[in-house]
Design a protein around this ligand. Structure first.
Ligand code: TYD
Ligand code: MG
Length: 459
C-alpha cells in the first residue's frame, strides 16, 4: 500500500500547504493549519490544492467539448414549500446540488429542515440523516409540530460509508445530513469534527449528490471561536451556502445566501420561530419596528433594501462619556469600521466631536445591515443620543454618507419612500438625487446633499 500523504489545511480559508507553518499564507490567520491525510485509494477523495475535492466521476474520462455541445438538462427545481426558503435558493432546490445551511446552535436549522422534508416527502423520496438527535427526539418534534410523518425516511448514523450505502439503497431525491460536523469516516484517523474529517466526508457526499442527481443538504454549526472545523472549509466544494441567523431573544430568523451557483445571493428570507415551529414571514417590511408612541433619543428608522424588497429597521445609538483612554466603538448588526469612519466624517465635516465618548450602535431585532443606505440614519441616531434630543417617531431616513460629508443617492429610492409612506411615516430625509418626481401625498420629503443639511433638518 502506498504511503499515505498528508497536507496542512487552514481551517479558516481552506487553503492547503505541504508543510506546517504558523501563519496561513493565504488568509494570514495564525495557528489555523492542521494536518489532514490525503487518501489516494480508488474511489476516495483526492484533495487538490486550492480547496475542493476532485470528484473522480467513476470510470468516465472527460473529453474536451465546445460549450454549445454540452447537453443542458433542464431539470425542474424542487420547491421547498416555503416561499422564503425558495427565494433564497433562487427558486427551489436544484437536483444534484449541494447546499450548506450554517448557523449557531439553536438557530432552528433542524426544525426548518424537518418541516421542509416532511412536506417534500409527500411527493419525493426524502432521507433525513441525524447524527445529533435520536430518532425518538425527531419523531417527538414532528408530532408536536403536527407534521406528516408517514413518508419521511429517518436514519440515525454518523459513519459516512453507512450513510452512502443507505442512500444508494433508498435512492432519495433529497438527502439531509444533520450535521456534517458529527459525520466521520473510518478511513481517516482524525477525530470527528476535525478539518480533515469534515472536508473528506463532505467531499464524498457531494460527489454522491453530483453523480446521482440528489439534492444534498448539509447542516453545519458555526462557532464563535472557530475551534470546530467550521463550514468555511466546505465553501469551495458546495454549490450554495446559506446562513440562518437571529438574535437569541428575538423570535425572528433570517436566512441569507452567502454563495449560490444557481441564483442571486442578496436575497433575504425571514422566518419567525413560534411554538409550532418555523413560520415564514411573507410581508416582513415592518416587523422590526417598535410601534410604541414613546420617543427616545438615539433612535432612527431606516429603509434598507434587501434583495428585491424594502425592510424598515430601527437603529439605536448610545453615546456616553468614556472613562477609557481609547473610547469604545461597539456595533451590533453593523460593521464596526464603518461606524468609526462615519464618526470621523461627523467630526471633520459637521464639527461634532465624539472622540472622548463611547459610541454603541445597534440594529433592533437581530437584523444585520450591510447596506450603506443606513449611514445617514446611524449618524443621526448618534447625534440624537449625544444631544439627548429625540427624532419624531414618524420620521424615516436613508442615504449613504461619503468621506467628504456629502450624502450620496442609493438604489431604489422611490420604492423606499413609497414603503415608508405605506407604513404611516410622515417625513423622509433622503439624498437629493433620490427625490421622487411625485412624492406620496401624506409624506414630506426633505432632500439633502450634505451631512450638515440633514443635521439642520433635525433641528
Ligand atoms: P433547532 O432546530 O434544534 O436548532 P438547531 O438545529 O439550529 O441547533 O431549534 C432549537 C430551538 O428552537 C430551541 O431553542 C427551541 C426552539 N423551538 C421553538 O421555539 N419552537 C419549536 O416549535 C421548536 C421545534 C423549537
Ligand atoms: Mg440541530
Amino acid at each position: 500500500m502506498a504511503k499515505a500523504k498528508t497536507a496542512f489545511v487552514c481551517s479558516d480559508c481552506g487553503a492547503d500547504f505541504p508543510k506546517w507553518q504558523g501563519q496561513c499564507g493565504e488568509c494570514n490567520a495564525w495557528n489555523t493549519l492542521s494536518e489532514i491525510r490525503l487518501s489516494s485509494a480508488a474511489g476516495k477523495t483526492v484533495v487538490t490544492s486550492r480547496g475542493g475535492a476532485r470528484s473522480g466521476f467513476a470510470g468516465s474520462k472527460a473529453a474536451v467539448q465546445r460549450l454549445e455541445e454540452v447537453a443542458v438538462l433542464d431539470l425542474p427545481r424542487l420547491a421547498s414549500g416555503f416561499e422564503e426558503f425558495d427565494r433564497v435558493l433562487g427558486g427551489g432546490f436544484v437536483p444534484g446540488s449541494s447546499i450548506l445551511i450554517g448557523g449557531h446552535p439553536g438557530a432552528g436549522k433542524s426544525t426548518l429542515l424537518l418541516q421542509t422534508l416532511c412536506r417534500l416527502a409527500a411527493q419525493h423520496s426524502a432521507l433525513y440523516v441525524t447524527g445529533e438527535e435520536s430518532p425518538e427526539q425527531i419523531a417527538l418534534r414532528a408530532s408536536r409540530l403536527n407534521l406528516p410523518a408517514d413518508q419521511l425516511q429517518l436514519l440515525a448514523e454518523t459513519d459516512v460509508d453507512e450513510i452512502l450505502s443507505s442512500a444508494l439503497t433508498l435512492q432519495p431525491r433529497i438527502l439531509v445530513v444533520d450535521s456534517i460536523q458529527v459525520v466521520h469516516s473510518e478511513t481517516l484517523t482524525s477525530a470527528p469534527g476535525s478539518v480533515s474529517q469534515v472536508r473528506d466526508c463532505a467531499a464524498q457526499l457531494t460527489r454522491y449528490a453530483k453523480q446521482t442527481g440528489t439534492v444534498l443538504i448539509l447542516v453545519g454549526h458555526v462557532t464563535k471561536d472557530g475551534s470546530l472545523a467550521g463550514p468555511k472549509v466546505l465553501e469551495h466544494m458546495i454549490d450554495c451556502s446559506i446562513l440562518l441567523e437571529g438574535d437569541h431573544d428575538s423570535r425572528y430568523r433570517t436566512l441569507r445566501g452567502q454563495k449560490n451557483r444557481f441564483g442571486a445571493v442578496n436575497e433575504l428570507g425571514i422566518f419567525a420561530m413560534t411554538d409550532s415551529g418555523m413560520r415564514e414571514v411573507t410581508n416582513p417590511s415592518a416587523i422590526f419596528l417598535d410601534r410604541s408612541e414613546h420617543t427616545a433619543p438615539g433612535t432612527t428608522v431606516v429603509v434598507v433594501w434587501e434583495g428585491t424588497r424594502p425592510l424598515l429597521v430601527e437603529i439605536q445609538a448610545l453615546v456616553d462619556d468614556s472613562s477609557l483612554g481609547n473610547p469604545r466603538r461597539v456595533t451590533v448588526g453593523f460593521e464596526q469600521n464603518r461606524l468609526a469612519m462615519l464618526l470621523a466624517v461627523l467630526h471633520r465635516h459637521a464639527g461634532i466631536h465624539v472622540g472622548d465618548q463611547d459610541v454603541f450602535a445597534n440594529v433592533v431585532g437581530g437584523v444585520r445591515v450591510t447596506e450603506t443606505s443606513a449611514d445617514l440614519a446611524l449618524l443621526l441616531a448618534v447625534v440624537s443620543s449625544l444631544r439627548n434630543r429625540p427624532l419624531p417617531r414618524d420620521w424615516v431616513v436613508f442615504g449613504e454618507v461619503g468621506l467628504s460629508g456629502e450624502i450620496r443617492p442609493v438604489a431604489s429610492g422611490q420604492e423606499r419612500i413609497t414603503e415608508a409612506a405605506k407604513h404611516g411615516f410622515k417625513v423622509a430625509i433622503v439624498p437629493k438625487a433620490n427625490t421622487p418626481q411625485k412624492p406620496p401625498p401624506n409624506l414630506k420629503v426633505i432632500p439633502v446633499t450634505r451631512l450638515t443639511e440633514a443635521l439642520e433638518a433635525c433641528g
